[in-house]
Design a protein around this ligand. Structure first.
Ligand code: NDP
Length: 325
């Protein structure tokens, strides 16, 4: 079978399509025929070396497909079942091993591409809006990169909870998408930054700071996010699309209004099987009842994983990118 193999860290060109031996499922594992692979920023961080990973490796953890074989002791899944996960062992491949206790069944009326597209970003948007800062009706959230994969999902979930969304984007086309997803206000943050951006957020919120800033952009938006919060607001710094945030002195949080700062990651919010199933089943239900629309911005064949990374890093993409072997 074929898989993408990274033998040295670097640019998108290090993602090499390679013939490899097909994997065998061990105890508690599933062998899954890959239907679609979610492409995520974390794989660009691993590819460049920002997040240390042993070499060589096959990137990718998010996948949906059908079970080919089950390992010893697996009772919850059978060959032919459609499953999805965020814990596959190298999903940029035609076949992949998935721990059975980290797989969820995909409902019949959710297609495999939608399932692959919603698992990682969807469960992240779920925990950010339901657990990290449970947004309530009447509250305002600042959502950066509102037309991105995370941004479109966050916007819809804040709106579904009755909140107000102030989104930021870098182009008119993205502004339109964010507004269509429900953003009440959309700011072109390529035109205002730092204190000016914070002031613009306050202006769009009737002169008040926001309750929460969901910030996956990182370095470039951190100061604006801090400045846009109301007293005791929460800055949820969940990503580094523009680069990692430099160290922050705790005293800054006091001076800016007794703020809360957290840097969450999905793995800590799907610790138990029950928590994983809660988040995944809510997402599948919301897709089926129309609460959530999952936008697949582009699909690429496996051999073009490098192009997919280039697109993601270029800021040109909207919604979710998938590899379809
Ligand atoms: P997106 O589709 O949102 O793409 C990133 C977007 O960030 C771009 O489209 C762009 O939107 C904006 N951006 C701003 N500055 C830059 C820059 N210098 N380079 C690239 N993009 C920039 O990606 P995802 O939805 O996949 O991920 C968004 C963030 O969420 C990432 O930081 C990711 O790591 C994080 N994440 C964190 C998780 C967690 O559990 N902590 C889980 C999943 C994702 P625009 O053009 O509008 O500025």
């Amino acid at each position: 079978m074929r898989a993408i193999v990274v033998s040295q860290t670097g640019g998108p060109e290090v993602l090499q399509l390679t013939d490899v031996n097909p994997p065998k499922p061990g105890p508690g594992e599933l062998l899954v025929e890959v239907g679609a692979v979610g492409v995520n920023f974390i794989e660009t961080y691993q590819r460049t070396g920002l997040y240390a990973t042993d070499l060589p490796f096959t990137p990718g953890a998010e996948v949906a497909g059908h079970v080919l074989e089950v390992g010893e002791g697996v009772t919850d899944f059978r060959p032919g079942d459609r499953v999805a996960t965020v814990n596959a062992r190298g999903s940029y491949a035609e076949q992949v091993i998935v721990p059975a206790d980290r797989a969820v069944a995909v409902p019949d009326n959710v297609d495999v591409q939608t399932a692959a597209a919603v698992m990682l970003q969807g469960m992240t948007a779920h925990y950010l809006t339901q657990s990290t800062y449970p947004i309530k009706a009447g509250e305002t959230a600042l959502v950066h990169a509102a037309a991105g994969g995370m941004g479109l999902l966050l916007t819809q979930l804040v709106k579904a909870a009755g909140g107000k969304v102030i989104g930021t984007v870098s182009s008119d086309a993205k502004a339109k998408l964010a507004a269509e997803a429900g953003a009440d206000e959309v700011i072109r943050y390529d035109q205002v930054a730092g204190e000016e951006l914070a002031a613009e957020v306050l202006r769009r919120n009737g002169g008040h700071g926001v309750h929460v800033a969901y910030d996956g952009v990182g370095k470039d938006t951190f100061e604006a996010s801090l400045g846009a919060l109301r007293a005791r607001g929460m800055l949820v710094s969940f990503g580094n699309a523009s680069g990692p945030v430099p160290p922050v002195a705790p005293l800054r949080l006091s001076q800016a209004g007794s703020l809360f700062l957290t840097r969450p990651t999905l793995v800590n919010y799907i610790v138990s099987r029950q928590e994983l199933e809660w988040r995944a089943s809510d997402l599948f239900r919301w897709i089926q009842d129309g609460t959530l629309t999952v936008r697949v911005g582009a699909t690429f064949p496996l051999g073009q994983a490098g192009e997919a990374h280039e697109e993601l890093e270029s800021r040109r993409t909207t919604g979710k990118l998938l590899l379809v072997p």
